[in-house]
Design a protein around this ligand. Structure first.
Ligand code: GLN
Length: 233
């Protein structure tokens, strides 16, 4: 169908949860979203000859439902792990980054995976994430506390409100280096996750175009330079 348009008005609209540095966060000075994913989706849009526009911040567990429901945003890029369950609701682009989980606790804490698996232990996570699933499956006796905001969760670990947090490893590394120096990664969990861009099942041509853009970005060095910018060489 020649009249088929990938997106409206030449603008790729993006929805995300903007509290997940270094992938996406608000630059308080400029009021603009910034991060690895922001650079990726801007480059994708540029390859497609589109403008890129971020919609207002949304909670993480509403992103896949928002794309599924359609009409609001064309894509969601938010360090979203490709899972079978989510693939029932939305399509994903080809993977653009590998990831794992981390358990974070206070520096000097004696907690381990084993000690945390106890009803007296509060283990916090961002609600609806793969970290949330990991706690449910692997620490069935712990008290799992899903919250919306990762910074609030880490602050809670800092103040002793929670015994630990389970969160994506690259986010743990970045946030602990930049703002939570009194916290430590007590365990890395090799979940072997892959991030993908979520797109409505009603827009398969958009998924194809995004995949083409990602492929071009991998072969022309754009992806490498974005990775180097955010994660070093
Ligand atoms: N990668 C994790 C997931 O997809 C966490 C993503 C996030 O919190 N932005 O569930």
């Amino acid at each position: 169908d020649d009249s088929y348009t990938l997106v409206k008005d030449g603008t790729l609209t993006v929805v995300a949860e903007l509290g997940f540095a270094p992938f996406e966060y608000m630059n308080d000075q400029t009021g603009d979203p910034e991060g690895f994913d922001v650079d990726v989706i801007n480059a994708v849009a540029e390859k497609m000859g589109l403008q890129c526009e971020y919609l207002p911040n949304q909670k993480f567990d509403t992103l896949v439902p928002l794309i599924k429901q359609g009409g609001k945003a064309d894509v969601s890029i938010a360090a979203i792990t490709i899972t079978d369950e989510r693939e029932e609701s939305v399509d994903f682009s080809e993977p653009y980054l590998d990831s794992n989980q981390a358990i974070v606790a206070l520096k000097g804490s004696t907690e381990t995976e084993a000690t945390l698996n106890d009803a007296s232990k509060q283990v916090v996570c961002q609600g609806g994430t793969t970290g949330n699933d990991w706690i449910t499956e692997n620490l069935p006796n712990a008290t799992c506390v899903p919250v919306d905001d990762v910074t609030a969760a880490l602050t809670g670990v800092q103040t002793g409100l929670y015994n630990a947090m389970v969160v994506d490893l690259p986010v743990a590394k970045y946030m602990l280096t930049n703002s939570f120096s009194d916290l430590d990664i007590i365990e890395e969990i090799a979940t072997g996750e892959q991030y993908g861009i979520a797109i409505s099942k009603d827009n398969p041509n958009l998924t194809k175009a995004v995949n083409k853009a990602l492929e071009d970005m991998k072969s022309d060095g754009t992806m490498d330079s974005i990775e180097t910018k955010w994660f070093g060489s």
